[in-house]
Design a protein around this ligand. Structure first.
Ligand code: MTE
Ligand code: MO
Length: 329
């Protein structure tokens, strides 16, 4: 079982025992075959044969400080689906690979480098970063560029609250994030699928938006390795690939940072990557999405219309007032 998260994150609350030691038996997921260049490229492969409808939510969810968003009451994705249908290419490109191959990844101890245009920079332990921060549950829709979506109860802290503590200067126009690079623990890094390490970025006002969070847990428990332990970004109005996992560096920069998917395919993956049903990916439509869940992974059913900004337009559309969202995709 994964370990519960704590609302009040004190150094002692960060448990030293790696989550993987107590993991429940993993699904024998099968690799979904070779993956094309896509931020979670869909393939016509059959659903994992052993995926079941069994609900494998973790034990008692902890009480959380407050719910700031509940995805309009939409049904939550099961814990099992959310932890066995993943994109984390450092652990392989198949949807089942991360659950299967991330067992020897060590999310603790962890430290994050804060760098760039801020009054305070340096290396901080995860405990220090989370000290005094309130962990809240946010139930967010998450929509992958390849056309599937989930509704996940994340436990995390507001990204902006954390960033402000370092007092970014007026030169800090963007925030760049980097994932850890540990080839010995991340088998996917040995293949040049992407230009490692995984890198993402946000404009500073996007990063400061209250909907953007740094998640440390999900379903009331610490993040499993495959979901980005111990710290990952969740930006619900953007395509899933912006949600960079296992972050080790946060850099306040002046110019728009290079991102790994934009480097890999600038025509396909823009910097903004706001969920936008009106702008298709060059190789597929983005008008609808397949909500994972229900009947197993439900690879074919539950197709719903994708909403602008993934349903968060009311809160975030003003960030892009006056911008041509076809050009700035
Ligand atoms: N470091 C890293 N972060 C990553 C990815 C990745 O391959 N490596 N995949 C992204 C993509 S494409 C998606 S859709 C989400 C998936 O998050 P989940 O597996 O928790 O659902 O993580 C994003 N973050
Ligand atoms: Mo994705």
């Amino acid at each position: 079982m994964p370990k519960p998260c704590r609302n009040d994150v004190r150094p002692s609350a960060i448990t030293p025992e790696p989550v993987y030691r107590q993991r429940r038996e993993l699904l024998k997921t099968l690799a979904l075959g070779a993956t094309a260049l896509a931020a979670g490229c869909s393939s016509a492969a059959a659903p994992p044969a052993t995926a079941t409808t069994a609900e494998s939510t973790p034990g008692k969810a902890l009480s959380v400080s407050r719910k700031t968003d509940n995805a309009g009451g939409e049904a939550q994705t099961s814990y099992k689906d959310a932890t066995h249908y993943n994109n984390y290419y450092e652990f392989g490109t198949g949807k089942g690979d991360p659950a299967e191959t991330s067992g020897s990844f060590h999310p603790q101890p962890w430290s994050v480098e804060i760098a760039g245009h801020a009054e305070q920079t340096g290396h901080f332990s995860l405990e220090d970063l989370l000290k005094g921060q309130t962990v809240e549950e946010r139930i967010y829709r998450m929509r992958c560029v390849e056309g599937w979506s989930m509704v996940i109860p994340w436990d995390g802290i507001a990204l902006g609250d954390l960033l402000k503590r370092f007092k970014p200067t007026s030169q800090a126009k963007y925030v760049a994030f980097t994932t850890v690079r540990r080839p010995a623990e991340m088998p996917g890094l040995n293949r040049p699928v992407l230009d490692w390490p995984y890198r993402e970025g946000l404009r500073i006002d996007e990063a400061m938006h209250p909907l953007a969070i740094l998640a440390t847990g999900m379903y009331g428990h610490e993040l499993p390795n495959q979901n980005g332990a111990p710290l990952r970004l969740v930006v619900p109005w953007k395509y899933g690939f912006k949600g960079i996992k296992s972050i080790v560096k946060i850099d306040f920069v002046e110019t728009q940072p290079k991102t790994i998917w934009n480097d890999a395919g600038p025509e396909e993956y823009g910097f903004y990557s706001n969920v936008n049903p009106a702008v298709d990916h060059p190789r597929w439509s983005q008008k609808t999405e397949r909500r994972i869940g229900g009947d197993g992974l439900n690879l074919f059913g539950n197709r719903i219309e994708t909403k602008p900004f993934n349903g968060y337009a009311e809160q975030v559309a003003s960030l892009y007032a006056g911008m041509d969202l076809r050009k700035n995709f």
